[in-house]
Design a protein around this ligand. Structure first.
Ligand code: ZN
Length: 163
C-alpha cells in the first residue's frame, strides 16, 4: 500500500486554523502540529473526508457544514434538572461544562445554559453546533501508528501516558 498520502490507519500531523464567521477560534500556530489517527472519528467527519489523499506539504482550505461538523443546533437538546440534584457545595455557573451519565451509562457533555433557585437548564448542543467551520490545513507528516495507538484508536502524543 502506498503510504505517502493521508488514508485510514495512518497518523497524520497537521497545522491548522479554525475560523467561524471570520473569527479564528483555534490554531496550531505556536504549538506542535495536531496529530490524529485517520479513520477513527478523531476529527470532524467533513474535514477528515477532505484530507484523504493529501500529500505531505500539501495545504487546503476546507469548509465544513454543521451536519459534517459538530451537528445542527438542536432546539430540543435541553433538559431541566432540579437544583437539588447538584451538590450543595458546587458553585453553579452559566457556561459550566458538565459530564452527564444516564441510567444506561452513556456519557454526554452538557453546558449550563441558565439556572435559578429551583432549576438548572442544561444545553446538550456542542458549543460549535450549527456553525460552518472554515479550516486552513497543511499536512506536515504521516506515519504508521504504534500497535497500541491502533488498538486504542487514537494517537499517544510523546510524553503522554494513560491506561
Ligand atoms: Zn490510548
Amino acid at each position: 500500500m502506498n503510504k505517502d498520502t493521508v488514508q485510514d490507519g495512518l497518523v497524520v500531523s497537521m497545522e491548522y486554523t479554525l475560523s467561524v464567521d471570520g473569527e479564528v477560534l483555534d490554531s496550531s500556530q505556536d504549538a506542535p502540529p495536531l496529530q490524529f489517527l485517520a479513520g477513527y472519528d478523531n476529527i470532524v467527519p467533513g474535514l477528515e473526508r477532505e484530507m484523504i489523499g493529501m500529500k505531505i506539504g500539501e495545504s487546503k482550505n476546507v469548509v465544513v457544514s454543521p451536519s459534517d461538523g459538530y451537528g445542527e443546533f438542536d432546539e430540543d437538546a435541553f433538559m431541566e434538572v432540579p437544583r437539588g440534584d447538584f451538590p450543595d457545595d458546587m458553585e453553579v455557573e452559566i457556561g459550566m461544562e458538565l459530564g452527564i451519565s444516564d441510567e444506561d451509562g452513556n456519557h454526554q457533555m452538557a453546558f449550563i445554559e441558565s439556572f435559578d433557585e429551583k432549576t438548572v437548564r442544561l444545553d446538550f448542543n456542542h458549543p460549535l453546533a450549527g456553525a460552518e467551520l472554515h479550516f486552513t490545513i497543511k499536512v506536515v507528516d504521516l506515519r504508521e501508528p504504534t500497535s497500541e495507538e491502533l488498538e486504542h484508536g487514537h494517537v499517544h502524543e510523546e510524553g503522554h501516558h494513560h491506561d
